[in-house]
Design a protein around this ligand. Sequence first.
Ligand code: SAH
Ligand code: SF4
Ligand code: F3S
Length: 522
Amino acid sequence: MEESISNKIDLHKININSNPPTEEPSRQYFFMAKCRGWVKDFEEKNGRTPTACVTTFGCQMNARDSEKLLGILEAIGFSPSDSEQADFVIYNTCTVRDNANQRVYGRLGVLKRYKKANPRMKVALCGCMMQEATVIEKLKKSYSFIDLIFGTHNIYKFAELLWASFESEGMLIDIWKDTDKIVEDLPVERKYPYKSGINIMFGCNNFCSYCIVPYVRGRERSREPGEIIREIERLVAEGVVEVMLLGQNVNSYGKNLDEPITFAQLLRKVEQIEGLERIRFMTSHPKDLSEELIAVMKQSKKICRHLHLPLQSGSTRILQQMNRRYTREQYIELADRIRREIPDIAITTDIIVGFPGETAEDLEETIDMVRRVKYDNAFTFIYSKRTGTPAAAMENQVPPEQVKEGFDRLLKVVQDTAREQAAKYQGRIMDALIEEIMEDRHSMEEKQSIEDEHSMEEMHSIKEKHSAENNVPMVTGRLSNNTIVHLPGDASMIGKIVPVSLDECHGFYYIGHCILDETGAK
Ligand code: SAH
Ligand code: SF4
Ligand code: F3S
């Protein structure tokens, strides 16, 4: 196998006057070297390094893609910035619900003003929303100040597109319908030193009737297990202790590889990576969750005690209309089995309210399901009509006024159940991975709540802030079951897994203390 190209490839050594290589990723490194020339030129003219801001909307896969965008921008020589008054701003967009789109349009208005003040500024858009023809039409018509637009399938060509946009005037648009290509080994700038997402597959073949993801992310493609393992080994060597394996439906991982392998088998391989301490994954489709997976989770020392198992609806009739391919009873049976086999596991879910044709009885069934399964957390969404999906053409769309009341009722049950579940661990000692200084966490999540569709509608968590009267410096950690715990500590603990006594439950999170302190050990 060819030796992988390191993240720290020396762009200076690339001859930018030759023809661009045809193979990837060498071709992109060639264009990164070219773009570096543009940055040098900028520096000479302006006496400073150009800044770049990457703003992410949507799910963890987009967050991971954004790390790749930033990795490339940094390799080129841009200095990263959190401010959208930067020299280069890129929005990595989401279109799973209409409000995600509306937020992008709203913020583009602001970017337009920034660009007026700084005409050298470059604005780019990419991600799922760009895969929709109607969006591109609208951008062409009303947002002509945008310099570069590309989609989800050619994101690996970012460096090449950036170069082309530097070289051209006006709006450059490159959208592909689909791809079967997976390009490995491009630079990545990770947000956290101690944990990382890893794509194990791209796209989705499920076509749930409400969902636009299969249309904008294309067909399911799995990465080779060897590539995944090598990437994780590299991350562990850099200090990562927790990985999150990402895919729209991880339970169907590996089915279409030349040498098929199951997700459970992949997990077994990941488990063996020395130095890796925690494994998470997302998302599991209930219809594909195997006995083998439950067995592997049960035996594993590293797989976290948390399963995100989207329900969507508790009514078999609605599930059928949604094309979810499981019944209410099958889901209950599965959840019961998981709770039986892996006690202490947290089960979380996604629920849609107001799907076409949903009646009060259907919603009751969903609410009943929350009580039965005792979800540790649930993301609840109001159904959003996505053009081109089968559900958008269904006749019996539910009027928004009707949805609101049911949504609030569901939310209340979700919150009560989650509180009850969280309280179960009072007084226990559990391992927590320390993630950040507590203040940082709040400001970060507040910022993220604007950008992240999921946390935007996350129904509990950060609203109830820690009300400690004392001023002891605090850190925030995460238990294996994804529960948050705040405890006295300092920055030296970040990235470490420590035993924590869960002293006080405050609704959805704990205040605790590290028990190593008591023995004086470090
Ligand atoms: N692949 C994941 C979900 C990805 S989208 C899975 O199947 O579980 C994340 C969540 O957004 C979904 O679980 C669903 O609850 C919600 N969602 C997707 N399309 C939606 C729509 N049109 N309206 C409202 N919520 C939607
Ligand atoms: Fe959308 Fe369904 Fe695929 Fe999830 S499994 S991304 S909800 S189509
Ligand atoms: Fe994710 Fe949104 Fe795309 S949820 S896959 S970023 S449409």
